[in-house]
Design a protein around this ligand. Structure first.
Ligand code: HEM
Length: 327
């Protein structure tokens, strides 16, 4: 057979595949290899220095990424400041006085802009930041495909509607995940993110004093944890913003102790402990409490699903120069 006669066909095929990745805008592990080869190093250094300054920042950045992806996709919308034309997500109920890490992303973005101007999206920077933060905190590492573009707008009402609340039943939380293309396993696995970071007292205080209007504490809350939490969060409104660790045993380490805590009635949020009230989710909790490696592997897999939700690619959106503002 004459192989030469096939060359033009092969060339056109390669050309088609190459061009279609621009036209259809696929994410790609090597997306910035030619245009911003030091990207990962810049993000890694930025995260390392932020965490060296404040360990909690790893948790805050992971949550910021989750809140970005859950509201109209991973498009950097959570990073936008309010403007005269839209009210953004920063002041939505789950984020106001709660979402953190914006300055860390600003610093990394400024360094990325110096190395490769107008090339890397804020959405990709936040995605890489979350991955690096978890890895540096002892968690798994996963490959991140890149090429997300930044949104041109943000929506406070979408954030209010789509981000799960710790006060809603597990069925509602699961329904929110399912509506994004995730499943109940992702709910359990990603809730394992609560192995690091802190929550303000108002997010769980009714469990300590007046559970479901009973005038008594939540009977499923371990009594020694109850005592500790009552001292951090006394029954008065000025304790609302005091902080308690989501996993009081290994506060800053990304491990499977969150699941061990749930097995011991020591979940902090009602929505955490609720995973034990359903046979299916409780059995997953039990598995992850026993097998840290399975949790680690599952967390990486669910994170990849989360980071690919509703991304803008190709010609959609833009590459913001400043993560807080549309160009
Ligand atoms: C399943 C439904 C979820 C609910 C109801 C929920 C709720 C909450 C609440 C109420 C807080 C405390 C916020 C504050 O007091 O200011 C919190 C913190 C946190 N959440 Fe979630 N969350 C959920 C899922 C997730 C997921 C999927 C992730 C990441 C993959 C995540 C990561 C975090 C982290 C790391 C913190 C600590 C943040 C910090 O210390 O700054 N959460 N979450």
């Amino acid at each position: 057979m004459n192989t030469k006669s096939h060359m033009p066909l092969t060339n056109s095929l390669i050309c088609f595949i190459f061009l279609s990745s621009f036209v259809y805008g696929q994410l790609d592990y090597k997306y910035y290899d030619a245009t911003c080869p030091n990207l990962t190093k810049i993000v890694r250094y930025g995260i390392w220095s932020a965490i060296s300054n404040e360990t909690r920042m790893a948790a805050s950045l992971l949550r910021l990424h989750f809140h970005d992806c859950f509201v109209n996709g991973c498009d950097g919308s959570v990073l936008l400041d309010d403007t005269s034309t839209f009210t953004g997500e920063k002041n939505a109920s789950a984020n106001r006085n709660s979402a953190r890490g914006f300055e860390v992303i600003d610093t990394i973005k400024a360094n990325v802009e110096k190395a490769c101007p107008s090339t890397v999206s804020c959405a990709d920077i936040l995605t890489l930041a979350a991955r690096e933060a978890i890895y540096l905190t002892g968690g798994p590492y996963w490959s991140v495909s890149l090429g997300r573009r930044d949104s041109l707008t943000a929506s406070q009402s979408a954030a209010n509607a789509q981000i799960p609340s710790p006060f809603e039943p597990l069925e509602n939380i699961t329904a929110k995940f399912v509506s994004k293309g995730l499943d109940v396993k992702d709910v359990v696995v990603l809730s394992g993110a609560h192995t690091i970071g802190f929550a303000q007292c108002f997010t769980f205080k009714q469990r300590l004093f007046d559970f479901d209007g009973s005038g008594n504490p939540d009977p499923t809350l371990d009594s020694s944890l109850l005592g500790n939490l009552r001292s951090v969060c006394p029954n008065q409104s000025d304790s609302d913003s005091n902080l308690a660790p989501l996993d009081a045993v290994t506060i800053n380490k990304f491990d499977n102790v969150y699941f061990k805590n749930l097995m011991n009635n020591s979940g902090l949020l009602q929505s955490d402990q609720a995973l034990m009230n359903d046979n299916n989710t409780a059995s997953m909790v039990s598995t992850y409490s026993k097998y840290p490696y399975l949790f680690s592997k599952a967390f990486a897999a669910s994170m990849v699903k989360l980071t690919n939700l509703g991304v803008l690619t190709g010609q959609d959106g833009e590459i913001r120069k400043n993560c807080r503002l549309v160009n």
